[in-house]
Design a protein around this ligand. Structure first.
Ligand code: ADP
Ligand code: ADP
Length: 227
């Protein structure tokens, strides 16, 4: 687990446009922060800067107190779940979840098995471990993608609209699962969404971004009760 300190972060494009404009936000160890705002306001860019997929123009990003601006994504030990999660079609659910651990090359087989079983237990995938992605429903596939994200025991999770491709019923189910999983693991989480219900129910705090500027940070209750 880790605190994430976002300190005057700026992302400026070659054309001069600032997609993220002087954003500062301290996220506590174990906190669940929701990032909302209209399309194009810089949510994805901010997430990608945190995870290391996008260069930082200026400002400072600290994880666990250490500056990580120039660190490669793999050195940041964060885990990102995208909207368009891609599972490996030829691999079983077990191997899809195990994949990030196999990449590390130094995790013993026994521990891979234990950690995959643990992640599958949390996400109720235990019965499906030997199936291939084509034999799963959309919701089950999204859970496998989550499994792959949590198996690494990353210091923080970054979610980019992970439920937006699911139907309303599944979204509701996955919402409770994500909430339960985050509480059980206590892992620092930044979660981008368009969905009002997710914004109001999932997080400890909601950060509102508009045109690259952080407009407001408040608890869901404070946001809801404001005139
Ligand atoms: P969101 O995730 O909130 O929809 P994004 O982070 O994807 O927003 O985009 C932030 C803004 O940056 C958008 O207005 C987008 O058009 C702009 N943008 C993204 N890439 C570039 C680029 N290479 N040059 C100029 N503007 C860009
Ligand atoms: P996503 O929403 O998945 O982040 P986008 O459609 O916003 O993807 O962006 C796709 C690609 O196009 C990215 O590489 C981004 O940098 C680039 N891009 C987005 N908006 C602009 C823009 N206004 N000008 C130039 N490039 C852009």
């Amino acid at each position: 687990m880790a605190a994430i300190e976002i300190d005057h972060l700026v992302k400026q494009y070659p054309n001069g446009f600032k997609g993220v404009n002087d954003v500062s936000l301290n996220i506590a160890d174990g906190e669940f922060v929701i990032l909302v705002g209209p399309s194009g306001c810089g949510k994805s860019t901010l997430l990608r800067m945190i995870v290391g997929l996008e260069d930082i123009t200026s400002g400072e990003l600290r994880i666990d107190g250490k500056r990580v601006n120039e660190k490669a994504p793999r050195e940041r030990n964060l885990s990102m779940v995208f909207q368009n999660y891609a599972l490996y079609p030829h691999l079983s659910v077990r191997e899809n979840i195990a994949f990030p651990l196999r990449l590390k090359k130094d995790v013993p087989e026994e521990e891979i098995r234990r950690r995959v079983d643990e992640a599958a237990g949390l996400l109720e995938l235990g019965e499906l471990l030997e199936r291939k992605p084509a034999q799963l429903s959309g919701g089950q596939r999204q859970r496998v993608a989550m499994g792959r994200a949590i198996v690494r025991q990353a210091d923080a999770f970054l979610f980019d609209e992970p439920l937006s491709n699911l139907d309303a019923k599944l979204r509701g189910q996955m919402r409770s699962e994500i909430s339960r999983m985050q509480r059980r693991l206590g892992t620092t989480t930044v979660y981008v969404t368009h969905d009002q219900t997710e914004a109001m129910t999932l997080g400890d705090r909601v950060a509102v971004l508009r045109k690259g500027i952080l407009q407001q940070v408040a608890s869901p209750r404070e946001l809801y009760e404001q005139p």
